[in-house]
Design a protein around this ligand. Structure first.
Ligand code: PMP
Ligand code: GLU
Length: 400
């Protein structure tokens, strides 16, 4: 770290997912035939009702500073959506702080809760930004390895083994980026019970909740009674299920004192999220026609998930993968294809073969590779041809 930069950045590394996606875009722009299965971003356009609401907001002059915590129309629509997904439980819009993407919401929550000497448990493999955000708060991220026999999820016993008096928080992502695993209702309740007993805060990143392939949305901490939620922050947003990544709208739902603290932090950093984008998201969360678009997109993701699993099972039967139950990621293991092969090496070779993916190293375990299947059916088939051909070639070289 050069002297000129602050200790705040002692651990900083740019986001690998963002970097790989930028590199892939650069290659495509220069004419290379690279299929982008790297970034976790829906290939669909923003539902037109939502986009129109954003345009109308601009035309109506709703272009001034927004209320710092978000316009009430959006907070109320989001509260209603979260309530409906959890059987009608009350959700108070005043406990919601809207941010510039859920990434900022996670930052606000961590920055308001954790500081020097605090430890924060992060089930691993984990999305790239969690450990980085915890470091930015000068707290210490503690990776808790997930169980490969159990979709790389963690159990209460795994959490307990890594817990001491300094542990103040847990960041849990379900449906999970990068694995596609989903915690069941019983698992969510067991973890909530354990955290409550220890007085540990849970940041429940439920951004992919709607993209779940069971019956209805994935299990949530909001399905639990109030007494479990005294130290729970639920992260939600418009990016994934509503195909609104570029609008940058996310949110945190938290107990009142924490919501106020996060709002104070945000009042000194962004003064709230882009106002026209908030109007677009308010329409997304409240218009029945957008709900139908979301359902169509989830069906498309499910079909692609089925296709990826089917093609790996038939053409690469020896390759281990996490059974994907949600989000739009397929996480497969490469170290058995040839002895000790790393995700980084596999991804370099895949890039040379025309497919961009993210090595497991970005998520804390380089025996794996993450593929995002949020791409068109046509690109997905072509990419699968290339990936499975590479797997076949590598396996044959090992056998030779
Ligand atoms: N959480 C997870 C698990 C993610 O994959 C992402 C994707 N970027 C985010 C949060 C942040 O999303 P956004 O800031 O676009 O809401
Ligand atoms: N969350 C997505 C991903 O993991 C988008 C990129 C990012 O913000 O990290 O690919």
């Amino acid at each position: 770290m050069p002297d000129a930069l602050s200790q705040n950045l002692a651990y900083i590394r740019p986001s690998e997912t963002v970097a790989i996606s930028a590199e892939t875009k650069r290659r495509r722009a220069s004419g290379e035939d690279v299929l982008d299965l790297s970034v976790g971003e829906p290939d669909f356009d923003t539902p037109s009702i939502a986009a129109q609401a954003g345009i109308q907001a601009i035309q109506k002059g709703l272009t001034r500073y927004p209320p710092n915590i978000g316009i009430i129309e959006l907070r109320a629509a989001m509260a209603r959506t979260l309530s409906l997904m959890s059987g009608g439980r009350p959700v108070n819009p005043d406990h919601i702080v809207v941010s510039s993407g859920s990434k900022q919401a996670i930052f606000n929550a961590c920055f308001s809760l954790f500081g020097p000497k605090d430890k924060v448990l992060i089930p691993s493999p984990a999305w790239v930004s969690y450990p980085q955000i915890v470091h930015l708060c000068r707290a210490e991220p503690i990776a808790v390895p997930g169980d490969p026999e159990w979709g790389l999820k963690v159990s209460v016993q795994d959490l307990e083994k890594n817990t001491d008096k300094l542990v103040r928080g847990l960041i849990l992502c379900s449906p999970c980026n990068p694995t596609g695993a989903v915690y069941t209702a019983a698992e969510v309740k067991a973890i909530a019970t354990w955290a409550k007993e220890h007085g540990i805060w849970i940041i429940a990143d439920e951004i992919y909740r709607r993209i779940s392939y069971g019956n209805g949305p994935a299990a949530s901490f909001l399905d639990l009674p109030d007494e479990y939620l005294e130290r729970v922050v639920v992260i939600y947003g418009a990016s994934k299920a509503y195909a609104m990544t570029g609008w940058r709208i996310g949110a945190a739902l938290a107990p009142m004192h924490l919501a106020k603290a996060m709002a104070a932090v945000q009042s000194h950093t962004t003064t709230g999220a882009n106002q026209p984008a908030q109007w677009a998201a308010a329409a997304a969360f409240s218009d029945e026609r957008v709900e139908q678009d979301v359902q169509r997109m989830v069906v498309a993701f499910r079909n692609r998930r089925d296709r990826v699993v089917e093609r790996f099972r038939s053409s690469a039967p020896g390759v281990e993968f996490v059974e994907p139950h949600g989000a739009f990621y397929f996480f497969f293991r490469v170290d058995g294809i040839t002895k000790g092969l790393t995700g980084t090496s596999f991804c370099d070779q895949a890039m040379a073969a025309g497919v961009a993916m993210v090595p497991g190293a970005a998520f804390g375990d380089d025996r794996w590779v993450r593929m995002s299947y949020a791409v068109s059916d046509q690109d997905l088939e072509k990419a699968l041809d290339r990936i499975l051909d590479l797997v076949g070639r590598l396996a044959a070289s090992q056998a030779a």
